[in-house]
Design a protein around this ligand. Structure first.
Ligand SMILES: NC(=O)c1ccc[n+]([C@@H]2O[C@H](COP(=O)([O-])OP(=O)(O)OC[C@H]3O[C@@H](n4cnc5c(N)ncnc54)[C@H](OP(=O)(O)O)[C@@H]3O)[C@@H](O)[C@H]2O)c1
Length: 329
């Protein structure tokens, strides 16, 4: 496993990270088996994954609680990353979505952040968070100035509650504003071989300013493992409905492309998921590949990608296939 620094924080974490959104369960992912999730998280730590990512919004606190339980006795072996800024205690902030009778708002006010950090520490059963980030950026009508949010985060850092500050889903203008009032070390952004929009502006900006990127949904929610076939039926509520690649006509093209990589997988003695993760980890500016999993077998598959270095010709071939696919949809 390779261990990379989070920005300039001095904190190093595994280049393959574990995401626990699905661990929270709920309509977007379906029910989770908590005992299985605990086994998956512990398997990750035992296999050398040190970065574990969660958020209060994942199952309305449930993911954080399960992560806290899984890490009991293991806390000092991990770099824990969680988030703030999705708020459902009352109507403060700007409305974002409603689920299970809760109205969730984007809210980055200092007074709600002060509540959120204490709640996360409690759920995670710890007294510090290694990387604390703003989950979604504030929008009108309740748009807290970034300077005010940053002041609140710096106060937490001074108090020893968080070790470094990050952002998520932040564009270049947000990052510039954060940097004007303090230091951010990481941006958690959507990135997969099928969704490379961030390469144009965000990646160059992050490289220049030594801000790590945690690439989220790198497996396009499982599609890029090749294990979700044409026969997979999406339930009405699952999040994958929002990903155009899951539409049957697009899914078929992705699966055909992955099928064409079987000889490559044989050459490296690896799975398709490992090929995809290795490709992603090798992209410029991508510091951490944040793979979601709630099954130990999936974690163990993904972690092995760390041992694979793709030859330049193979990387180029995969990139070419992906670009031809994008031209075809
Ligand atoms: N900041 C944000 O706004 C944001 C948004 C989305 C995600 N994230 C973070 O990024 C993480 C990863 O993204 P994601 O969970 O959306 O998607 P992902 O990592 O692209 O895919 C996760 C899905 O792939 C399956 N999977 C993983 N490894 C597999 C393997 N080797 N073989 C077969 N299936 C496998 C998982 O199954 P099982 O669950 O059954 O193991 C799960 O269904 C999240 O968990 C979260 O921490 C952040």
């Amino acid at each position: 496993m390779e261990y990379r620094e989070i920005g300039t924080s001095g904190i190093k974490a595994s280049s393959i990270a574990l995401g626990t959104w699905a661990v929270g369960g709920g309509p977007w992912w379906g029910d989770s088996d908590d005992e299985e999730s605990v086994r998956a998280i512990r398997a990750a730590v035992d296999a050398g994954i040190t970065m574990i990512d969660t958020a209060p919004a994942y199952g309305f606190g449930h993911s954080e609680e399960v992560v806290g339980k899984a890490l009991r006795g293991r806390r000092d072996r991990v770099v824990l990353s969680t988030k703030c800024g999705l708020w459902w205690n009352n109507d403060r902030g700007s409305f974002k979505f409603e689920q299970l009778g809760r109205r969730v708002h984007t809210c980055l006010r200092p007074e709600t952040l002060a509540v959120e950090i204490e709640t996360s520490l409690k759920r995670l059963d710890t007294d510090y968070i290694d990387l604390y980030m703003t989950h979604w950026q504030a929008v009108e009508p309740d748009k807290t100035p970034i300077e005010d949010t940053m002041t609140a985060l710096l106060k937490m850092k001074d108090a020893g509650k968080i070790r470094c500050i990050g952002v998520s889903n932040a564009d270049v203008s947000h990052m510039k504003e954060y940097l004007a009032s303090g230091r951010i070390d990481s941006n958690q952004l959507k990135y997969s071989m099928l969704d490379r929009d961030i390469e144009t502006e965000k990646v160059p900006f992050c490289i220049k300013n030594r801000i790590s990127i945690q690439a989220y949904s790198p497996l396009e929610q499982g599609l890029l493992t090749g294990r979700i076939g044409m026969d997979y039926r999406l339930s009405d509520t699952e999040y994958r409905n929002l990903i155009p690649w899951f539409k049957p006509e697009n899914r078929k093209k992705v699966l055909d492309m992955l099928d064409g990589w079987k000889p490559l997988a044989e050459k490296y003695g690896c799975s398709i998921a490992q090929l995809v993760i290795a490709w992603t980890a090798g992209r410029p500016g991508i510091t951490f590949v944040l793979c979601g999993a709630r099954k130990a077998a999936h974690v163990m598959d993904n972690v092995k990608a760390a041992g694979i270095t793709l030859e330049t010709g193979d990387t180029a071939r995969m990139t070419m296939d992906v670009e031809s696919l994008q031209d075809a949809v």
